[in-house]
Design a protein. Structure first.
Length: 402
């Protein structure tokens, strides 16, 4: 089996995902093309050698529809011979795209593939594409559908994470993100978004709230208590988990992932194509895995996906130097660390989506790039990126520096 090498990883800043956010006037095509163009320019890439462009996008509809991967590649002036495909595995779409890109290399069916993702949540809101899972009563009933926030609150209740625990985690995410930006740890991989006149629209992650404290978070009301109690979702999920007497609603906007816009691109290839094009390999993909988990609690998949990926290459948790776990909700990361007995000092060391935001289809590719950058900065060897996924899934990737 061929090695899938990572040559480069870039992303845009994350802009607030609402009207008035800095990237609200930037179309999804332009966001994706910004990342793809930067990848091409920084590596003097002969895009006629690109075998595929695989982009994650959770809501591939409207401005994000019509195979945005292909159209964005054309807009970024890639060779017309470079095809594109859009994939969706809900919140893990960006990492799934990278895994599919790596799989093409490892299987010998491609030499050079771009993976990544895009989501403009301010222009194409979550749930824009609809679907039977949350809307068809028969389908929802069979899967015991509840909103993700209810699932996150169940995780906190079932495994004993208090409001103080999740708020404390959120404050630490903000502190780490602020420290990382102030230290310049993201500047080498974040590509400013510019307008048609070349003026910078956004150069830094916009969602961060550096002033966050435990006291300020304590003023926020739980976001999902009304959904759970007034609309009956607590009763639905308690039928699946009768061992829990009641749901303790602890999550709110301050300890959940931020709604943002953004895009990312990661360049994968063989050793031979790297030599031919003068590309320096930074890491290799050791393994990747996706799993299905119970769909009502939904968000416990990260630990199972990580274990599956580790097993594939005969590794254990202790072999991993750093982890990037998407901060969909604070309790998701707390449960991951609890389940695998991972030290907080190894997880999301530069903050995560609670501070910087979660641009759905792009996040997986973003955290993979962040993981690689931090392994290099600390001169460490192995890292694991993982995300929880709607509908009860998890997706993980293990990389090793070269």
């Amino acid at each position: 089996m061929a090695e899938a090498l990572i040559f480069d990883a870039l992303r845009t800043p994350r802009g607030r995902g609402r009207q008035g956010g800095s990237l609200n006037q930037v179309t999804p095509i332009y966001l994706a093309a910004t990342a793809l163009r930067a990848l091409r320019e920084r590596n003097a890439l002969d895009t006629s050698r690109v075998d595929d462009v695989v982009l994650g996008c959770v809501e591939p509809i409207g401005e994000q529809g019509a195979d945005i991967a292909r159209i964005a590649a054309l807009h970024a002036d890639y060779a017309t011979s470079a095809p594109g495909v859009t994939v969706s595995r809900f919140c893990a779409s960006g990492l799934e795209a990278c895994n599919q890109a790596a799989a093409q290399i490892m299987s010998g069916q491609a030499d050079l593939v771009v993976g990544g993702g895009v989501e403009s949540m301010s222009r194409v809101p979550i749930f824009s594409s609809g679907g039977a899972w949350p809307t068809d009563p028969q389908v929802a009933a069979k899967a015991a559908f509840v909103p993700q926030g209810i699932s996150a609150d169940l995780i906190a209740t079932k495994w004993g994470f208090s409001r103080m625990d999740v708020d404390r985690y959120a404050v630490e995410s903000q502190r780490r993100a602020r420290e990382a930006w102030e230290a310049g740890r993201f500047t080498g991989s974040v590509v400013p978004v510019k307008d048609i006149n070349g003026l910078v629209v956004l150069a830094n992650d916009e969602h961060m709230r550096a002033e966050t404290t435990l006291e300020s978070l304590a003023q926020l009301k739980p976001s999902f208590q009304e959904q759970g109690e007034k609309y009956g979702f607590d009763s639905v999920i308690l039928q699946r988990y009768p061992e829990v007497e009641r749901i303790d609603h602890v999550h709110h906007a301050g300890n959940s992932s931020g709604i943002v816009d953004g895009a990312a691109a990661v360049l994968f290839g063989t050793r031979e194509i790297g030599a031919a094009l003068g590309l320096k390999a930074r890491a290799r993909v050791r393994a990747f895995a996706s799993i299905g988990s119970e769909p009502s609690i939904m968000l416990t998949g990260p630990s199972y996906a990580a274990e599956k990926a580790l097993k594939r290459v005969g590794m254990n948790v202790g072999d991993i130097d750093l982890f990037e776990v998407n901060e969909a909700f604070a309790a998701v990361v707390l449960r991951f660390m609890q389940a695998l007995e991972v030290s907080p000092d190894k997880v999301n060391v530069n903050g995560g989506a609670i501070a910087m935001g979660h641009p759905l289809g792009a996040t997986g590719a973003m955290i993979l790039g962040t993981l690689l950058d931090e392994l290099e900065r600390r001169d460490l060897a192995t890292g694991l990126a993982v995300l929880c996924v709607g509908g009860g899934m998890g997706t993980a990737t293990i990389i090793e520096r070269i």
